[in-house]
Design a protein around this ligand. Sequence first.
Ligand code: BG6
Length: 486
Amino acid sequence: MANFPKGFLWGGAIAANQCEGAWNVDGKGMSVADVAMFKPNVDKKDYVSQWHVSPQDIENARKSQDEVYYAKRHGIDFYHRYKEDIELFAQMGFKTLRLSIAWTRIFPNGDEKHPNEAGLKYYEDVFRCLRKHHIEPLVTLSHYEMPLYLTEQYEGWASREVVDMFVKFSKVCFERYKDLVKYWLTFNEIDSVFRHPFTTVGIIEENYASKEQAEEAIYKALHHQFVASSLATRYAKEIIPDAKVGCMVTKTLTYPETCNPEDIYLALMDNRFNSLYTDVQVRGKYPLWIKKLWKDKGFQIPILEGDEEILAAHTVDFISFSYYMSMVQSVHASKREKVGGNLTTGVKNPYLDTSEWGWQVDPKGLEISLIDLYDRYQKPVWVVENGLGYNDVVQEDGTIQDDYRIQYFSDHFKAIARAIENGVEVMGYTSWACIDLVSASTSQMSKRYGFIYVDVDDYNQGTYQRRKKKSFDWYKHVIETNGSEL
Ligand code: BG6
């Protein structure tokens, strides 16, 4: 099998809040990630509780300097070790690295007049280091790390002012990195607003009198992110003539349990909802059904004069997405065995294996997703997150024999190859995460994704030493042979 196109962008993905650490260094402000706790007593498949951050949690976190349970505060110390890590990525032959900029390093609270030079300089050094190794940066502007201050002093993204602050932050980044970064993503998994609103748009659900009011605020916040994303796309192109900007969504492919039309309808409704985000960011307008839904629910979404023109005028160049699992819908859901996932819980699919964290592994679903997205929009697609969380064990001889990960990637790469064979334009692939880091949902270190093992555990014990896993050389070979030997 050798059908990956020449120039295919092989690489890996990381996010600032999960790897950098250095949460209070060089003028950085607190972000929503710095208050997310590792909760060892919560079932690791109970993602709703793992993700949830209450006003009391925020207050406690503000007072605490702890870095053990607030694991994203230490990450894997990429902040100080990025040169060593990028050197390892280069050894694997990476063509690209997806990484994010922590907004709070540039604007610690979000609403300052002037950016923080130390933060700007840090990312400039990182991007220069990548360029030195001929690695193309793919930069996410917002990956679950908005300034905490904006969630407390404003209403998170439900406040219109946040649009201007984000656009200002984006413009500062484009100006500063225009010669270093060409590929940009605006919001990571923009669809996660409903799964974990605090982390995504800074909405504190307890601040609303009812569930419906919180839901309305989430839709407002989403609208503001759509507008901000379009404006950022506009400025990226004005400031960086060869810029390419993508949206980033979670592909939550849902299958019907049976051919019962009721099951098919339920799956269709889930998939339709999952298309809302790309419909807006790729087609440049809201589908009619969502406006009807707002009307039926009595929601007032502040679509200001000119907003719809902005959405229509500045659509994205490509579609990027994360893909980890598929879901199943059934009219008999209440009677069926359930599985977890950091996305949602659903009916167990008897044809699929499930990871230790309850994620249903489905390579064929990746092929289906690629075809589905490409056929819907005819825009290039890029898989920017995909990988297996596993509690890797270091053997007595110091090796990590992660054959399960090799199998996982091999199966998913074959799926991408088949989609390409089927006429889908795939730009690249960045695995999540190319180096072990702190889990977004559970704040664990033991949920490891990398080709590179990092010696630190769930309780921040360890040397932080990096070690190549078996999959390291395997992925190197995949890249060397452009996916022809899987
Ligand atoms: C995606 C996020 O949802 O899934 C990443 O964009 C995250 O930030 C990844 O790390 C894997 O999820 P988790 O919860 O296992 O870290």
